[in-house]
Write a protein of this length. Structure first.
Length: 110
């Protein structure tokens, strides 16, 4: 049987290792992106079309399609400089966003 002190020590080390690993991966990704940008790369554009599914009366849904436009993205694993990674934009280039047009209520009176 493991004592409480041993369990807490192992738990703290495990959490510390996970946090340190995640931080190391993010910093390495940022450094690689900075090197790519300094060499003239690392930034790209992806063609994206936004769809809006507007919920209107009588439980109908109206589709609102925006024209195709290019969005700037970064060639990295994570978002940097307020731009999404290109792999994410390529995967979600035609996703629809639900928009509820009914008035907001604090309570739910269905």
């Amino acid at each position: 049987m493991i004592s409480a002190r041993t369990f807490v020590t192992v738990f703290k080390r495990t959490v510390g290792t996970i946090v340190l690993s995640a931080l190391t991966i993010w910093v390495a990704d940022w450094l690689i992106l900075q090197i790519r940008v300094s060499r003239g790369g690392g930034v790209d554009t992806v063609s994206v079309r936004h769809h809006f599914a507007v919920h209107i009366k009588n439980k109908r849904i109206e589709q609102d399609m925006q024209p195709l436009h290019d969005e700037e993205c970064v060639r990295s694993l994570f978002s940097h400089n307020d731009e999404q990674p290109c792999w994410y934009l390529e995967k979600h280039a035609n996703d629809a966003e639900d928009v509820n047009s009914s008035p907001w209520r604090f309570w739910n009176d269905q």
